[in-house]
Design a protein around this ligand. Structure first.
Ligand code: CTP
Length: 447
């Protein structure tokens, strides 16, 4: 019996796939189809696959062409499969010509002519495009715009900015710049907001009132109450409202959260997170300080993320100590916050003008998780135990600092009409609450 094997993602199964499967089957007597798992697809750069692995497996099964279906989960698996199943012929479409010649050592390799005029990418594109307006004055706009090209189903409608000087040249030259925010909203289905945090609440509210979906850099508002209000409004208007903290969408960070929650370091007793960067404080215009991102806005959401996601927001005590650069005490160059929970503690240090080691340490009763600096761009972490022989190292490819996956989650949420955020509302509210307390000097010790 001649065994044939072929692999693919088979997202939104189309006749190009079916033709390939039929011809693959005709090459022998028994056809094995490998369907690529979501995680493996991500590492191959296919991040926007619409259907789940189960749906894709089911679609391939329903064609009735495959004699056996397997899941492709890791790099190098093809060699393993060919040996294990005693495969005679490996085949894929001609778009892969030459890429799998190395398998000739194990079996015959056949490239079948690809069907012209159809692909999963095109089908994903054809679904209605979401017009996304960019709002704000930050270099992040540049990164965000670049990352948006990796995601199917979204197209930038234009930009509204309060300050042209902050716009990166690449963004300036490529898009319509709207004179008013209202105009941008008119031409957009959704907005990404990265203006100064003091503007977020008004801009988020306005967008929601116009029925637009919102992805807003954290903090979403300058108080817990305002944050609560916009979440309620989003629900009322049937709009998606998501907080943007790119770290929350990085694979390594998501995995370390799951590991910590599943007890690999025992009970979590302490979370200590540090995020800092240097800046030239003398260049700050004292009259214009309200346009600057202070430490708590710039780094606070990142630093608070693992604390609230692991320990929740019901802390018993909290103390804030901040070092301000201005007399009005709005620009904290450095802030240290300590939290005491019922059975754990946490601390964070943020600095925009003061530098420290940007690590994350999660301590538990059996061991600890260590993420080296800069932990917020994490692709690597370690779980360490008393006996170093038990230590484990984890590495996950990080593409686009997490922004790409953040946009995918936003687009999926809009398409499904259901929030697919990695950041709970409760976490957003707590972040906004702390930022507001610092701005208003509410129980803040300055030094
Ligand atoms: N294939 C084909 N003809 C097409 C599309 C795909 O013969 N028009 C083949 C591919 O060469 C591959 C298999 O079908 O052997 C599975 O392809 P997959 O990557 O899942 O589909 P694409 O439509 O190419 O997906 P994408 O657009 O995401 O790359």
């Amino acid at each position: 019996m001649k065994k044939v094997i072929t692999y693919g993602t088979y997202d939104l199964l189309h006749y190009g796939h079916i033709r390939l499967l039929e011809r693959a089957k005709a090459l022998g007597d028994y056809l094995i189809v490998g369907v690529t798992a979501d995680d493996f697809d991500k590492t191959r750069g296919k991040i926007n696959v619409q259907q789940s692995l189960m749906e894709r497996l089911e679609a391939v099964r329903a064609t009735g062409i495959a004699d056996e279906i397997i899941v492709e989960e890791y790099e190098g698996q093809k060699i393993d499969d060919i040996r294990r199943y005693g495969v005679d012929i490996f085949t894929v479409g001609s778009d892969w010509k030459g890429k799998f010649d190395y398998l000739n050592e194990y079996c015959r390799v056949v490239y079948l002519e690809r069907t012209e005029g159809i692909s999963s990418s095109e089908l994903r594109e054809k679904k209605r495009q979401i017009c996304l307006g960019l709002v704000g004055e930050s270099l992040l706009l540049d990164k965000f715009e670049k990352e948006s090209h990796y995601v199917n189903g979204i197209v930038v409608s234009g930009i509204y900015t309060g300050n042209e000087d902050f716009l990166p040249d690449s963004v300036k030259s490529s898009y319509t710049r709207f004179e008013t925010y209202e105009e941008l909203l008119e031409y957009s289905d959704a907005v990404y907001i990265v203006s100064h945090p003091t503007k977020h609440y008004e801009q988020v509210k306005k967008a929601l009132l116009s029925g637009k979906h919102v992805l807003c850099e954290s903090p979403m508002a300058m108080s817990r109450e305002e944050c609560e209000e916009v979440y309620e409004l989003a629900e009322k208007k049937g709009c998606i409202l998501m907080e943007a903290i790119k770290t929350a969408y990085s694979t390594a960070y998501c995995r370390l959260l799951l590991l910590a929650k599943s007890g690999v370091i025992g009970e979590v007793v302490s979370v200590d997170s540090v995020c800092t960067s240097l800046r030239d404080i003398n260049s700050l215009n004292p009259l214009d300080i309200s346009n600057e991102w202070n430490s708590i806005c710039y780094w606070g959401p990142n630093a608070m993320l693992p604390i609230f996601q692991l320990l929740g927001s019901q802390y018993a005590e909290r103390s804030i100590a901040a070092h301000f650069a201005d007399e009005a005490k709005k620009f904290d160059m450095f802030t240290k916050i300590d939290f005491i929970y019922h059975n754990a503690v946490a601390s964070l240090k943020v600095g925009n003008g003061v530098k420290s080691e940007g690590e994350l340490v999660i301590s538990g009763t059996k061991g600890y998780i260590y993420v080296p600096a800069p932990w917020w761009k994490t692709d690597y972490f370690e779980i360490r135990y008393e006996n170093p022989n038990d230590n484990k190292r984890y590495f996950y490819q990080l593409d686009g600092e997490g922004i790409r996956y953040e946009i995918v989650a936003f687009v999926k949420s809009i398409e499904m009409g259901k929030i697919n955020s990695y950041i709970d509302k409760d976490v957003s509210l707590s972040i906004a609450g702390i930022v507001g307390d610092l701005y208003n000097g509410n129980q803040v010790k300055s030094f």
